[in-house]
Design a protein around this ligand. Structure first.
Ligand code: CA
Length: 424
């Protein structure tokens, strides 16, 4: 049975009481602060905190030093640092405060006025100060398709791919929140028949459908996180679009991997869906062959059943057209394996760090998570419903990614990450 709130939550809303994703919002008049989404509203946690309605467990840092200042902040970082007992407690308190039979807020019109904002009246910001960002490459089908295009099917996967979760360290400063325009980057490319590179706007602008998780409590430098404890460091998930310039990438990527092809912009959704909200959607991770090394083995390792879609709307289309349908379960490596591997050499993760999945492609053609795969490097252009075709994204195109989990009578949604491409 779905939980019931005194707030009107439409039956098709993706923000029911079971979800309560965290984000940072700015009301029309006032500074940015932390909120959770319910139905069409944002709940202002800084007001609940000020009123003493959001007390966190004794023993957490918040309870002793800064409990009045966790949420009157323009990032989730202070809250992220506290870890799972505080996150669980905050969720429990909020679900109770918003429940249909709890009078505290329900019957206090004056307080409600301060606490609830319509989502349409606020501006969402990045949920965290992201100090470091890493992008994995964890979909077998994505890696295999890309490898096939570059090296042929015999050598599609590098010999390391099934032994470790391949990744690169990305650029945190150019991560933007959904809705931010994305400028077509310029750079060096080398046409196949040319003897020297040329400079100019990318001619193969791409998206990558990904998810990413935010790090909570840190680990100390030199102290790897054992895989069984990895989940303690993960707060929740956002949607991500790792915008990519394939022609720039093709010329620059050897020997050290992506650089300017990826660092000009990365978009994420503003709402962070917590692992607590995702708990009912856990699924067993598919068996891995070869069996990973011991530090990457977790008994009952898991993933989540999260439906993911990307849609494209050109400047002359009225309605968006779905071009990718996939699921988080298409990833080969789990988040616990990614985190354990990231830290095994002693690398310290910090609250607010963002670790992304890599493009989430599955086995079917419609589950391919980027234009590179969908059009097979431009060989099979996409046909849009209005007669336009696309080898790559064009100026004026808007690319939107959505995600959700289907529960028993409710849906846990991630909102969206969207961006429109503007000329160089
Ligand atoms: Ca990527």
């Amino acid at each position: 049975m779905p939980l019931k709130s005194f707030i009107d939550v439409a039956s098709d809303s993706r923000f029911p009481l079971e979800n309560l994703p965290f984000g940072v919002f700015k009301p029309r008049n006032g500074a940015a602060r932390v909120g959770v989404a319910i139905g069409e509203y944002v709940v202002d946690l800084s007001v609940l905190e000020e009123k003493g309605l959001l007390d966190l467990p004794p023993g957490t840092a918040a309870a002793t030093t800064q409990d009045r200042h966790l949420f009157a902040q323009d990032s989730l970082n202070a809250f992220l640092t506290l870890g799972r007992p505080a996150w669980r407690k905050a969720r429990e308190v909020l679900q109770n405060l918003l429940a249909a039979n709890t009078p505290t807020l329900r019957d206090d019109a004056k307080l409600r006025e301060r606490v609830f904002h319509r989502q349409g009246d606020v501006t969402m910001q990045l949920p965290a100060r992201i100090g470091d960002y890493t992008d994995f490459y964890s979909s077998y089908h994505h890696a295999h398709n890309v490898g096939t295009m570059l090296r042929g099917p015999e050598n599609a996967l590098m010999p390391n791919w099934k032994w470790l979760p391949v990744a690169y360290h990305g650029r945190a400063s150019s991560i933007v929140v959904s809705g931010t325009e994305v400028r077509r980057p310029q750079g060096q490319t080398k046409p196949p028949d040319a003897t020297a590179p040329v400079f100019g706007p990318t001619k193969s602008f791409d998206y990558e459908l990904e998810m990413a998780f935010l790090i909570g409590p840190p680990n100390a430098l030199g102290q790897p996180v054992p895989i069984a404890r990895a989940i303690d460091h993960i707060f929740g998930f956002v949607l991500m679009n790792d915008w990519s310039a394939r022609d720039i990438q093709a010329w620059e990527y050897q020997p050290l991997g992506p650089f300017l092809a990826k660092n000009f912009c990365t978009s994420i959704s503003p709402w962070v869906v917590t692992l607590e909200a995702l708990e009912p959607f856990r699924k067993a991770l598919a068996p891995q062959d070869p069996e990973p090394l011991p530090y990457l083995r977790l008994t009952n390792d898991f993933t989540y059943d999260i439906h993911l879609e990307a849609n494209l709307r050109s400047a002359s289309m009225e309605l968006p057209h779905v071009i990718t349908r996939t699921n988080l379960q298409n990833l080969y490596w789990s988040v616990s394996q990614q985190l354990a591997h990231h830290t095994v050499g002693g690398c310290n993760l910090q609250p607010g760090d963002l670790l992304a999945s890599g493009t989430i492609s599955g086995p079917s053609e419609e589950s391919r998570g980027c234009m590179l795969e969908l059009t097979w490097r431009g060989a099979n252009p996409l046909k849009l419903p209005n007669g336009e075709t696309r080898k790559w994204l064009e100026d004026g195109d808007t690319l939107k990614i959505t995600g959700w989990c289907d529960g028993d009578g409710y849906r846990i949604g991630f909102g969206e990450v969207s961006g429109q491409i503007v000329p160089t």
